[in-house]
Write a protein that binds this ligand. Structure first.
Ligand code: O7M
Length: 215
């Protein structure tokens, strides 16, 4: 996936009108947004089409899919049927569950992103121990896109080493969670930023500042 300015906006605003206002303010500095449960549960899955049609954005659906294969397949089917360009799935559930999402992504000719280690402190207790194995599983499965944390650059670097230079890593945790944009982009292909942009008094300037800081 090509991502303008290597920046994905995490659209976790829970009111569609407010979310659209942020998009209008930011203008064409970005071309990709990530929609997750906050907006989908608040305003519905129709939000995918609204952002595609009104702003021509690519939409990555962050549904952190983590169920049995049969259920994962249904979740992925609905996500792609509603226009998503990509879906994020958890890796800890294992190869069969991930493959169910991978098969749907292939069927729709869209992207699958495999979540390895998460960015928050709590991820150290359980997920971190298995994150390398999750990344290795992704490589064995031929997965090209990964999610890895901007808050622990050493871990991001290690995951990059496992998935290889040709894989595509998107990285959350820049800004509010403490990660740095430029440093993160040494190992990731794009950063995911939410609150530092949409909670800012001037989202346009906040976006410009982040983009400038990456150059
Ligand atoms: O910049 P923030 O902290 O406001 O938002 C970060 C976004 O990235 C938010 O949507 C989180 O749900 C998401 N995220 C993480 O913060 N950490 C992770 O480890 C993984 C994700 C994510 O996008 O998962 C796919």
């Amino acid at each position: 996936m090509k991502i303008k300015n290597n920046l994905i906006l995490a659209m976790d605003i829970m009111e569609l009108q407010k979310a659209e206002k942020v998009c209008e303010t930011i203008g064409n500095q970005i071309d990709t947004i990530k929609i997750g449960y906050p907006l989908t549960l608040a305003e519905g899955i129709k939000t995918i089409k609204i952002f595609k049609e009104n702003y021509n954005y690519q939409i990555i659906c962050d549904y952190k899919v983590a169920d049995i294969p049969a259920t994962n397949s249904k979740i992925a089917e609905q996500t792609f049927k509603n226009g998503a360009d990509g879906i994020i799935t958890h890796g800890f559930v294992g190869e069969d569950s991930v493959k169910a999402c991978q098969d749907k992504a292939d069927e729709y000719n869209k992207d699958l992103f495999l979540l390895t280690e998460m960015s928050h402190p709590g991820a150290k207790r359980f997920l971190q121990k298995d994150a390398d194995e999750i990344a290795k599983m992704g490589v064995e499965m031929g997965i090209k896109n990964y999610v890895a944390p901007a808050t622990r650059i050493n871990r991001l670097k290690e995951i990059r080493e496992i998935v290889g230079k040709d894989s595509f890593i998107i990285s959350p945790g820049v800004g509010k969670q403490g990660g740095e944009a430029k440093k993160t982009l040494e190992y990731a292909n794009a950063i995911i930023v939410g609150r530092s942009i949409y909670e800012s008094e001037n989202p346009k300037k906040a976006t410009e500042d982040i983009i400038k800081s990456t150059k």
